[in-house]
Write a protein that binds this ligand. Structure first.
Ligand SMILES: [Zn+2]
Length: 118
């Protein structure tokens, strides 16, 4: 696993992530399935928090080298997992901060829905 410290670690992955389509599904708390839809490969990305630090790991060759002398690197799957994880948490936080009920059909301030138009 790699300690996640900041965006600067993921510059290479950010460039690579644009070249291939990936889909990310939540597997369980802190774990995501990342599929390279071009190649059909699936990897599991997992995050853990240990003593206030966040660590992330991926099951791909870059994230978990079969040659144990090589250090794991920040792969694009890990970055994809971070992006989705952060997006999910942002939505959860927004829902928590603003618990206003969302109307089933929201036509508030929509001029097309004014009664005079019927
Ligand atoms: Zn990976």
């Amino acid at each position: 696993m790699i300690e996640i410290q900041g965006r600067h670690q993921f510059k290479g992955a950010a460039a690579r992530i644009l070249k291939e389509r990936m889909s990310v599904r939540r597997m369980e708390a802190g774990a995501y399935f990342v599929r390279n839809t071009a190649k059909g490969h699936d990897y599991v990305v997992r995050f853990v928090r240990i003593e206030g630090k966040v660590f992330g790991g991926c099951t791909c060759e870059a994230g978990m080298p079969s040659d144990r002398r090589r250090a794991p690197v920040q792969c694009k799957h890990l970055l994809a997992g971070i992006i989705v994880h952060n997006a999910l948490n942002a939505m959860r936080r927004a829902a928590h901060v603003a618990p206003a009920p969302i109307p089933v059909f929201d036509d508030t301030d929509d001029p097309d829905m004014m009664e005079s138009n019927y």
